[in-house]
Design a protein around this ligand. Structure first.
Ligand SMILES: *Cc1c(COP(=O)(O)O)cnc(C)c1O
Length: 225
């Protein structure tokens, strides 16, 4: 993609997405010029999946950019991202949640996070089962930790052509959010985010009630790993 195309893609997506659906531009593996083109198109939320890359790009981009961590996060990388990150989408264990809380406390921050749900058929995708997620909340762990704010859930659908299956999985993520919102998080205003939908399936996610899509390839083109 050229600089002009990237800028145009951002503008088109902002026009296309319904009010209430935030766009995270997934810029992993793309050079800073591509991110600046998206910034020029009005984009401020960027998603990265590697701790080192967020650290490098953070210092090169304007300071009003918000950095989201969307990939699998290892405990030993938490320290690298906690100073810069505005939302971690991928909390997939109690251990990781405690680790982020401890590091945030150490540097005097409160970090916003989402609980990642595993609903896809692939065993390679990370995340909590719906039961594990409920247990984490019901056991009081999320209340006990004062330096993380639980802002919602995130999930990925199976990589399949079967749109009905993708729709069912997104529906399950949204329903889990709704149950949590109606019970434990009823009075918690910041619990308002359902992060689901990528380049191939964001239309379905919008239909199923996403509030935040994470789009890379549609904006920046194919990644070169
Ligand atoms: C890479 C990635 C995306 C973006 O995927 P595209 O297909 O390029 O839109 C979204 N979410 C997560 C968790 C990712 O790792």
């Amino acid at each position: 993609m050229t600089i002009e195309q990237i800028k145009g893609n951002i503008i088109n997506l902002h026009n296309e997405l319904p009010i209430g659906v935030k766009l995270v531009a997934v810029s992993k593996f793309h050079p800073i010029e591509a991110l600046l083109a998206a910034y020029d198109g009005g984009q401020r939320l960027f998603g990265e999946s590697r701790a080192q890359e967020i650290g490098q790009k953070h210092s090169l981009m304007p300071s009003d950019v918000q950095w989201h961590f969307i990939g699998h996060l290892q405990s030993n990388k938490v320290r690298q991202i906690v100073p810069y990150v505005s939302l971690i989408h991928s909390i997939d264990s109690e251990k990781l949640l405690r680790c982020v809380d401890a590091e945030a406390r150490r540097i005097g921050r409160i970090v916003d996070v989402l609980l990642q749900l595993h609903v896809a058929k692939e065993t390679t995708k990370y995340g909590l089962t719906i039961d594990e997620c409920r247990a984490l909340v019901d056991n009081g762990v999320t209340d006990e930790l004062k330096n993380v704010r639980i802002c919602g859930v995130m999930g990925m659908a199976t990589n399949t052509e079967d749109e009905a299956e993708i729709g069912r999985e997104f529906h399950e993520i949204r329903s889990t959010f709704d149950v949590l919102k109606d019970t434990h998080f009823r009075k918690v205003d910041c619990f308002d985010t359902v992060s689901m939908g990528m380049s191939e399936d964001y239309h379905i996610a919008v239909a199923e009630g996403t509030t935040m899509v994470r789009i890379g390839t549609t904006i920046f083109g194919e990644r070169e790993y």
